[in-house]
Design a protein around this ligand. Structure first.
Ligand code: C2E
Ligand code: MG
Ligand code: MG
Ligand code: MG
Length: 288
């Protein structure tokens, strides 16, 4: 019996692996047409200032509304798009939509309020960094939308910049000189080379969710507290702002505020949602 059960399990696992491979293959081949057919959409998750609780902007997070499989998250298709090169046109599309959306929020919002004009964060994949059109595309997109460069923040993962030479940093430097902010995403997960930070044209560190998770208890693990405290103080001494990801509870938010983090993002404030949601959340801030 045990043997046959084991055999069945093997077959089931095998069938699942096959199904996954087929899906992966199916998704990969469907990607280019999906862009043409407009199957991608963007959700926006608010970025909240920890000091005063105001909404300062949002991170753009792409999704795929697949005609058969429903909504597919970026973790499943971004790696495929990176492998096939579709990430370049897809990334450009996300950037253009997000920049236009930010301009739209600013217009409807009056661009006023104590918190200043709403801003937008857009993720960049390593393939986009090495693509020669990045700087010019970004300039064109900002100009077409009429958005100030300082309302845009491009998020690059720490691992994408590990051992980055000057050729890779050049486009980021140029964007940074124009006023576009660069954020180091998922910070603290890779081989964080803290000394390397000085060399990078980065304005914001986005502390990875794993740090936020360890703040679940109040007070949190003393070692993690020390680590976050150290990162924040180093960041601030280098004139970098610190954003925390994955804040799910009020206790986490309070702990991270006490530790000196500047901005937070997470389900505690809002899940990623449609663009009008952000507008409403920001409006609540501005009026009351
Ligand atoms: P990321 O840039 O680190 O984005 C944060 C992820 O954490 C998002 O997952 C977000 O939905 C999720 N999240 C936010 N708050 C919470 C929370 O309180 N708890 C938990 N458990 N999760 C939270 P999502 O939307 O699935 O995106 C995953 C990753 O896909 C992103 O990680 C980013 O690396 C990538 N991605 C998303 N959109 C784009 C894009 O347009 N271009 C590129 N190149 N990558 C993208
Ligand atoms: Mg990000
Ligand atoms: Mg992140
Ligand atoms: Mg992440």
């Amino acid at each position: 019996r045990a043997k046959s059960a084991g055999g069945n399990r093997y077959e089931v696992a095998d069938a699942e692996a096959d199904a996954r491979a087929i899906t992966r293959h199916g998704l990969t081949t469907a990607l280019p047409a999906a862009l043409d057919r407009g199957e991608f959409f963007i959700e926006y998750q608010p970025l909240v200032h920890l000091g005063d609780g105001t909404v300062r902007g949002a991170e753009a997070l792409v999704r795929w509304l697949h005609p058969q499989h429903g909504v597919i998250g970026p973790d499943r298709f971004i790696p495929l798009a990176e492998r096939t090169g579709l990430i370049v046109p897809l990334g450009r599309w996300v950037l253009e939509q997000s920049v236009r959306q930010a301009r739209d929020w600013q217009e409807r919002h009056g661009g006023t309020g104590a918190a200043g004009p709403l801003r937008v964060n857009v993720n960049l994949s390593p393939c986009q960094l090495t693509h020669p059109g990045l700087v010019q595309d970004t300039v064109d997109i900002l100009e077409r939308a009429g958005l100030e460069p300082d309302a845009l923040c491009l998020e690059v993962t720490e691992s994408a910049l590990i051992g980055a030479d000057d050729d890779l940093l050049k486009p980021l430097r140029r964007l940074s000189e124009m006023g576009v902010d660069i954020a180091l995403d998922d910070f603290g997960t890779g081989y964080s080379n803290l000394a390397n930070l000085r060399r990078l044209p980065v304005r914001v560190l986005k502390l990875d969710r794993s740090f936020t998770q360890s703040m679940q208890q109040f007070p949190a693990d003393p070692v993690d507290l020390k680590i976050v405290e150290g990162i924040v103080s180093l960041a601030h001494s280098l004139d970098l702002a610190v954003t925390v990801e994955g804040v799910e509870t009020g206790a986490q938010a309070e702990q991270l505020r006490i530790l000196g983090c500047d901005t937070a993002q997470g389900w505690y404030y809002a899940r990623p949602g449609p663009p009008d949601r952000l507008h409403e959340l920001a409006l609540v801030d501005a009026t009351g």
